[in-house]
Write a protein that binds this ligand. Structure first.
Ligand code: ADP
Length: 518
């Protein structure tokens, strides 16, 4: 692979841009001090993260201000990196790929433009967080349920654009986007789908419209800045039924996947369910050093002690049915029967019916409990996720787990996987915890991550999302016909953003002249 050359923001261009940015958004919203810029550094960086220090930040309050900022940036060729709330933890948080990039911080655009109970959707600006939407729904006493991710600090829009997911029937967040407003690099304002017709009432109600569907092209991309999005929400179901079971052995994942798989494909299970490894309970409740201070990955005896203490399985199955209680009961019976072919265990069951108190219902209250896991490694605890996607097939899932576990053991890290099951595939979210101040550990982590990307590629598995430090490496694994997709992305980039100002390097897409030559 040839050497990569990346343009850095010329200081003089930035100096010329700053007074114009101030004229566009006001002086309080152009942030240039060292402390302000450091505020965008990743608290969970792989190392000190200063290689991603932005050159400044501009925080517009309206779409017109976003347009003005982009026009200036485009004219002066200043790269900008949009963030909605900047809580993309584990993937780079608020930091840009390239140091010197100007943050386009959209946190102030935090209006909920529409919230419709009957048609079950909302229209949000980028800065609207899961808590904001939750508060609005509670205030209006609407029977709408949310699908917040484990860390709900972030924005509804940013999470969906990044292909974030959660364990609900609406857990495929990008899929639930409907109708975007986007500002292009030249400052032009575009509406996708039905929204392309001025005043169309089904802007956020019908996904396909006339011609190509552009909604998904603005997800995980650097083709535009999204300033408004429709998001479909789940109407409150008549009831839920939750099934929990702990299964004891790592190899059990094969039958677990093969049992849940057909139920997902046929739609008995509509939720993006996950089967989580033993480590979750331990990471939520304490630190690794309480269990193991020896060299290398934790031995099986320590894992067994942890499982005993927290009464968890090597894998922990958590399934939830949504809808009419009678239908849920019938489906629960079917699920138990299918599991009984492999285990004598019975599911622990929790039932909820509309009208009852919501505890245990799974209605999607935002939370941040998952953040506790970040203390696991001690020091300035940090994490990244290695998350390849593979077919919904038990044998492949077990082999992938064994391979990844062996590779992680070789590098001295503990394996922790959560299998997120889609209708036909699994995304294995492998959380890796580390102390970012442990220099040797960070070097080891980077080497391991590179090896994991390579291992996955050998089996044709690509990551669904990755940290800003690894975007080029992951993008390079999508190599059909000599990276034809990347060539197409770059052609599109050159057309929509010829000066390459929006998020250079995102998902490995660099502007012409600075791209990684192949
Ligand atoms: P959240 O706060 O919801 O977790 P972020 O604001 O950190 O999400 O956004 C994650 C990533 O998604 C950003 O780094 C950026 O690449 C992309 N992104 C976020 N908001 C926008 C937007 N409004 N337009 C285009 N891309 C965006």
């Amino acid at each position: 692979m040839a050497v990569q050359t990346r343009r850095s923001t010329p200081r003089r261009a930035l100096d010329a841009a700053l007074p114009r940015f101030i004229a566009a958004v006001g002086k309080d919203w152009v942030l240039v001090s060292e402390a302000d810029r450091e505020g965008y550094l990743d608290p969970y960086a792989v190392g000190d993260g200063r290689n991603h220090l932005p050159g400044a930040a501009v925080a517009p309050a309206s779409v017109e201000e976003v347009q003005a900022v982009l026009r200036i940036a485009n004219e002066l060729k200043i790269p900008v990196w949009p963030i909605s709330r900047g809580k993309n933890f584990g993937y780079g948080s608020a930091s840009p790929v390239k140091a010197g990039t100007v943050m386009l911080d959209l946190t102030r655009m935090n209006r909920i433009l529409e919230l419709d109970e009957k048609l079950a959707y909302c229209v949000v600006e980028p800065g609207v967080g899961f808590y904001d939407l939750w508060d609005a729904i509670q205030r209006e006493k609407m029977k709408l349920w949310l699908s917040p991710p484990g860390n709900s600090w972030g924005s509804v829009l940013g999470n969906a654009l990044e292909h974030g997911n959660a364990n609900t029937p609406y857990g495929d967040h990008a899929f639930n986007l409907c109708g975007l407003e986007v500002v292009l690099a030249n400052g032009d304002r575009v509406r996708t789908g039905m929204g392309a017709m001025d005043g169309a009432p089904s802007f956020h109600l019908y996904k396909h419209a006339f011609g190509p569907n552009w909604d998904q092209l603005f997800t995980q991309s650097n083709f535009g800045v999204v300033t408004r999005a429709g998001m479909w929400l789940m109407p409150e179901p008549e009831g839920t039924l939750t099934l929990n079971m702990e299964v004891p052995k790592p190899e059990d994942i094969e039958w677990v996947v093969d049992t849940i798989g057909p139920l997902r494909t046929s739609g008995v299970l509509r939720q993006v369910n996950s089967v989580r490894g033993w480590m979750r309970a331990a990471t939520l409740n304490g630190q690794r050093s309480e269990w193991w201070t020896g060299k290398g990955a934790m031995p099986d005896s320590v894992i067994a002690a942890i499982m005993k203490k927290y009464n968890v399985g090597w894998w922990n199955v958590n399934l939830r049915l949504y809808g009419l209680p009678e239908v849920n009961e019938a489906h629960a019976k079917l699920i138990q029967e299918r599991f009984s072919a492999h285990t004598d265990q019975k599911f622990q069951i929790t039932r909820w019916r509309q009208g009852e108190p919501y505890a245990g219902s799974g209605r999607g209250e935002p939370g941040t409990t998952s953040m506790q896991t970040l203390n696991w490694a001690g020091g300035r605890g940090s994490h990244v996720a290695f998350s390849p996607n593979l077919p919904l097939n038990g044998k492949l899932a077990r082999e992938q787990m064994e391979r990844t576990r062996a590779r992680m053991t070789e590098f001295g890290f503990d394996y922790y996987g959560s299998m997120f099951m889609w209708e036909r595939s699994i995304t294995v979210v492998g959380s890796i915890y580390f102390d970012r101040d442990d220099e040797e550990g960070v070097v080891r982590l980077k080497a391991m991550f590179a090896a994991l990307i390579k291992d996955a590629r050998q089996h044709g598995y690509g990551e669904y999302r990755t940290h800003i430090d690894f975007m080029d490496e992951v993008a390079a694994t999508f190599d059909f016909n000599n990276h034809a997709l990347m060539r197409m992305n770059q052609a599109l980039k050159a057309t929509l953003d010829p000066n390459g100002i929006i998020a250079p390097g995102k998902q490995g897409i660099w502007p012409r002249g600075s791209e990684r030559a192949r």
